[in-house]
Design a protein around this ligand. Structure first.
Ligand SMILES: CCCCCCCCCC/C=C\CCCCCCCCCC(=O)SCCNC(=O)CCNC(=O)[C@H](O)C(C)(C)COP(=O)(O)OP(=O)(O)OC[C@H]1O[C@@H](n2cnc3c(N)ncnc32)[C@H](O)[C@@H]1OP(=O)(O)O
Ligand SMILES: Cc1cc2nc3c(=O)[nH]c(=O)nc-3n(C[C@H](O)[C@H](O)[C@H](O)COP(=O)(O)OP(=O)(O)OC[C@H]3O[C@@H](n4cnc5c(N)ncnc54)[C@H](O)[C@@H]3O)c2cc1C
Length: 636
């Protein structure tokens, strides 16, 4: 039935103020207003239609992405949207595109690591999209091992130029988004060589394509690396390959009288390399920034999947009919709840950890500007670890939501296959999740080695303050220092546990704040308890074997979890409504707001290109000869 809200009875059950929860989710009344306005604007504009992606060929798909990006830019300019509104518009357009890298990495890299001169030259052009940039770090042979990159940037003191060169096949830049077909410029990472001496990997701003006709500049070979996982999905992005053949980085030279380098170091015109007194690790600064945004984004992707699975679980009925009455809603099965509600709790937990990490990043940035580098290692460990934790849990969570939707979850019209295909590379890009956890483990072990050391007067603070209270860490000291590589699989687990502790403690801190709205805080308390107790339940073997809990505690935790699931049940639909997603953004028939799933699924099936004719193309060539046993005459 059109116009009927099939989930109205569920919405009537809720025990809290959904509008107030929407504001908690958005972060503030202002953030809610912007998000609400812009999401509706995108949803109501046919120019941003996205329901046909899985049926387009790669070329059609890509051209359509270019059209949408241009249309989005025109909308931003015509409506004079603020930077915040423009970012929200790109978010709700919901299509991976070269613009993600331009706004998400190229501009932040110049802002975070460029000198003032560099910023003055490039940022105005980039903000107006008169140049389009990408972030070209990874190579065919090396991604994780940044120090292993092979591209060279040799300073020629005769001409005052850098010569950027790809000496081997494996030094070809490989993967950068936007590079394949669109970017006019790149921040390219290369080993700096001055006066025959190497000075490690640095970033360079390099022009790749003509601003007149888009052809590659002299010495540049550039193209797309080919189709990726899934239909549609991330194939809207032109991940690229790039080779430099002794390219002169004239643009770098042109705008700075000395040389274009990141602010961590400079090359003088006499050909001298000068390392400034800021830590060398700041070369990795853009990665810290992007990891933080990826954490903030994880809650969006997970909440989206959870919203679809929750609404559909309330619509779907299987078994349990009594006296001809309706069957049981699958959301009422305890097994469904025990799989779904921890994911709902995770979506909220990741929302708050994303908020906190944003604060931490702003704090470390401010300190860096004042030459205080003391919190950089913690910021690196937090962004790396939380990026790893949240993206792994989100990718797994999206797949679990697909299974929670049974067979219909496997249809593209459920929105879940595409969401998974788009999301899953987040476990790899911006740092492979295991490699990042090893960085956290390294940070933790460094802290352990300093604990109790007579030479170090530093007391752990911030997210590692708890370590002073864990007595047996003192005894761990010697063993771990000797055998990091040997113990790395266990250390990665310790790193995950450390990150989970941060997520739980920041969720608890959030609840200590004033949270207005009838019943809102109580709902969040229930979700926080589910998040923490589910972890305890899942890892009870570890807790029991280390004597942190007794079997009685474990049983109590399990009982409590069951009771918490029952408390969430009447509020489940309202808790996902609080995400305030439009049907356009959700892109899912199973998750549509009114729950009118079956007529929509039926209608969508008939729109598939295969159903354009009753008898399929190929019938006369392949089906009829089979049926008539004339296969020898068929043209194969
Ligand atoms: C349905 C349709 C649409 C649906 C949409 C759904 C949702 C979409 C989700 C999208 C999400 C967000 C949008 C954002 C867009 C993203 C687009 C993709 C972008 C991808 C871009 C990239 O991938 S760029 C390339 C990234 N590459 C990496 O991350 C490489 C990883 N490797 C490294 O970071 C480093 O090399 C290493 C840290 C692993 C090792 O470094 P090194 O060789 O130097 O070794 P050490 O271990 O010895 O480290 C030396 C010391 O430096 C410290 N360190 C290391 N890194 C840092 C750092 N970043 N900051 C500070 N300090 C650092 C390290 O700790 C060591 O310190 P000490 O111990 O004190 O010596
Ligand atoms: C969709 C997508 C978009 C991307 N966009 C960009 C971009 O815009 N710009 C850019 O520069 N790059 C980009 N990348 C590249 C990305 O950053 C790298 O792929 C990523 O950093 C992983 O590096 P790798 O491919 O070298 O993996 P590898 O390091 O080769 O990993 C392979 C395996 O080895 C393991 N491994 C590696 N090192 C260790 C170790 N020390 N200890 C234990 N195990 C280890 C890993 O865990 C993994 O299981 C993108 C990648 C993808 C998939």
């Amino acid at each position: 039935m059109e116009g009927v809200d099939h989930l109205a009875h569920e919405r009537n059950k809720s025990e809290f103020d959904v509008d107030a929860m929407k504001i908690v989710w958005a972060g503030s009344p202002h953030a809610f207003d912007v998000s609400d306005r812009i999401s509706k604007l995108v949803a109501s504009d046919p120019g941003f239609r996205k329901d046909n992606r899985s049926t387009l060929s790669r070329k059609e798909l890509f051209k359509n992405t270019l059209r949408k990006a241009a249309y989005a830019w025109k909308t931003i300019v015509d409506l004079r949207l603020s930077e915040e509104e423009a970012a929200k518009l790109r978010f709700y357009v919901d299509e991976p595109a070269f613009t993600d890298l331009h706004w998400g990495m190229f501009i932040p890299a110049i802002k975070g690591q460029g000198t003032e001169e560099q910023q003055q030259k490039w940022l105005p052009l980039a903000y107006k999209m008169q140049i389009i940039g990408c972030y070209a770090q990874t190579e065919l042979g090396h991604g994780s091992n940044v120090q292993g990159l092979e591209t060279t940037a040799t300073f020629d003191s005769q001409t005052d130029e850098f010569i950027i060169h790809s000496p081997t096949l494996t030094s070809s830049k490989w993967w950068p988004g936007g590079l394949g077909k669109v970017a006019t410029h790149a921040i390219a990472y290369a080993r700096l060589i001055v006066g025959g001496r190497e000075h490690g990997v640095h970033g360079f701003i390099v022009q790749l394509r003509s601003l007149e006709d888009h052809s590659p500049l002299l010495g540049i070979t550039v193209g797309d690396i080919g189709m990726k996982f899934g239909n549609g999905a991330y194939n809207t992005m032109d991940n690229g390959v790039l080779q430099f053949d002794h390219v002169l980085d004239v643009y770098s030279i042109a705008f700075a009288s000395i040389a274009v380098m990141l602010w961590v170091s400079q090359v003088t015109c006499e050909g001298k390399y000068k390392q400034s007194d800021v830590p060398r690790q700041l070369v990795y600064g853009t990665m810290v920034y992007v990891r933080q945004t990826i954490v903030a984004d994880a809650s969006c992707a997970l909440s989206r999947a959870v919203c679809i699975a929750t609404r559909y679980s309330a619509v779907r009925r299987q078994f349990g009919s009594q006296n001809g009455g309706p069957e049981t809603q699958v959301i009422d099965y305890k097994t469904q709840q025990s799989r779904l509600f921890p994911l709902l709790a995770s979506a909220y937990a990741f929302r708050f950890i994303g908020e906190w990490l944003k604060w931490l990043y702003a704090d470390v940035t401010q300190r860096l500007q004042a030459n205080d580098f003391s919190t950089l290692p913690e910021a690196h460990a937090c962004t790396a670890g939380l990026k790893s934790l949240t993206t792994t849990a989100t990718a797994d969570g999206i797949e679990e939501c697909r299974k929670l939707c049974g067979g219909h979850g496997y249809l593209c019209s459920s929105g879940l296959p595409e969401l998974f295909a788009v999301y899953v590379p987040a476990c790899t890009y911006e740092g492979d999740n295991t490699v990042l956890l090893l960085q956290v483990a390294r940070f933790l072990m460094k802290t352990v080695s300093q604990l109790g050391s007579r030479l170090s007067s530093k007391k752990p603070v911030g997210t590692i303050a708890y370590m002073t209270r864990v007595e047996h860490l003192m005894q761990c000291r010697c063993g771990v220092q000797r055998g990091f590589a040997e113990l790395s699989a266990d250390l990665v687990e310790a790193a995950v546990a450390h990150c989970q502790l941060i997520v739980v403690s920041k969720f608890i801190e959030k609840l200590q704040q004033e949270i207005p709205g009838k019943g809102v805080k109580q709902q969040l308390e229930v979700l926080c308890n589910i998040y923490a107790l589910f972890l305890l339940h899942k890892h009870q073997g570890d807790f029991l074997s280390t004597g942190c809990i007794t079997p009685k505690h474990a049983a109590l935790a399990n009982d409590e979890l069951r009771s918490l699931y029952s408390q969430v049940r009447p509020n489940a639909i309202a808790l996902v409504d609080a995400f305030n997603y439009t049907d356009h953004y959700l892109g899912s028939i199973l998750g549509c707001y009114d729950g009118n799933v079956y007529p929509k699924l039926y209608e969508a099936a008939w729109k598939d290109p295969l159903n354009e004719s009753v008898v399929p193309d190929g019938y006369h060539l392949y089906i009829r000869p089979l049926l008539k046993q004339e296969i020898r005459t068929a043209r194969l």
